[in-house]
Design a protein around this ligand. Structure first.
Ligand SMILES: NC(=O)c1ccc[n+]([C@@H]2O[C@H](COP(=O)([O-])OP(=O)(O)OC[C@H]3O[C@@H](n4cnc5c(N)ncnc54)[C@H](OP(=O)(O)O)[C@@H]3O)[C@@H](O)[C@H]2O)c1
Length: 268
């Protein structure tokens, strides 16, 4: 019974950014749990490799090169998913800009930088959800899983588009929940803390080390796999509009890696 609830046997899942980092870990875990996947991102190489991993696990996979900031490409992605599999049970909005984020003063950020950051980190989840919502409504079922960040709950020094976009993802989850639940569609949000990936390696943010994290260590990307499987499975059917942190307790104590160290010792 429990195994059945957590099984994704035959489920059809679309995941964005599924060829690298956290997305690749989720893709692999979802396939191990029995799902067939449509994997999307801009670069064909990583998603082709991810699709091969899924096939080697005995599941079906299609890699569709897609820029999730382009609504025409997003619509084509969902059409392709429906052509391939007939249905989409779960959408995971994971793509985001991690590389090169932050460390830019507000006056140096151009309109183009702002739009690209907000489009990738936030609007893409709206575009993808909009493109598949009608199909899910017609079936009377579906799950949308968004990926935010601890920076969606707190500010970060010189970190605008990421914080604002990821905060918007939390609110998008709530708006989807209050709007689409009546059609049988649930929406949830994963909030990763710090789980080093190639993306975070190339980020310019001041990232938290173990001392900011109550559990005493950073996370491993593979730890996200089980969370994604659970939220995609029928075991989580009554979870809706909720935010699930996987951050070793980083948000629990209100710790914030602000990028500042005190210059004046506090008097006690
Ligand atoms: N790792 C962490 O500690 C952490 C913490 C909090 C939140 N997150 C969130 O987790 C998600 C995955 O991050 P990650 O650490 O795994 O970094 P990552 O490896 O750099 O993953 C980002 C993914 O998004 C895709 N992507 C970026 N722009 C895109 C676009 N315009 N169209 C389609 N795909 C696009 C990238 O593929 P292409 O470049 O090929 O397009 C890549 O696969 C992100 O949303 C990130 O904000 C990560």
């Amino acid at each position: 019974m429990l195994e059945e609830k957590l099984s994704l046997e035959g489920k059809k899942i679309v995941i964005t950014g599924g060829g690298t980092g956290l997305g690749l870990e989720m893709t692999t875990a979802l396939a191990r749990a029995g799902a067939d996947l449509v994997i999307a991102s801009r670069r064909q190489g990583p998603i082709d490799e991810a699709a091969q991993i899924v096939r080697d696990l005995g599941r079906k996979a299609v890699a569709v090169s897609t820029d999730v900031t382009d609504t025409a490409q997003v619509n084509a992605l969902m059409e392709r998913a429906l052509e391939e599999f007939g249905v989409v049970d779960v959408l995971i909005n994971n793509a985001g800009i991690v590389r090169g984020q932050g460390a830019t003063s507000i006056w140096e950020i151009t309109d183009e930088d702002w739009r690209l950051g907000i489009d990738t980190n936030m609007s893409s989840a709206f575009y993808c959800s909009r493109a598949i919502a009608k199909h899910m409504v017609e079936r009377g079922q579906g799950k949308i899983i968004n990926v935010s960040s601890g920076f969606g709950f707190r500010g970060g020094r010189d970190n605008y588009m990421y914080c604002v976009g990821k905060g918007g993802i939390v609110q998008l989850t709530r708006a989807l929940t209050t709007s689409l639940s009546r059609y049988g569609i649930t929406s949830t949000c994963i909030v990763p803390g710090f789980l080093p990936t190639e993306g975070t390696d190339e980020s310019r943010l001041t990232l938290p080390r173990g001392e900011f994290i109550p559990i005493g260590r950073v996370g491993h990307p593979h730890e996200l796999g089980a969370v994604a499987v659970f939220l995609a499975s029928s075991g989580s059917d009554y979870m809706n509009g909720e935010v699930f942190s996987i951050d070793g307790g980083g948000l629990a104590g209100g710790f914030a890696p602000t990028g500042y160290a005190p210059e004046i010792p506090l008097e006690v």
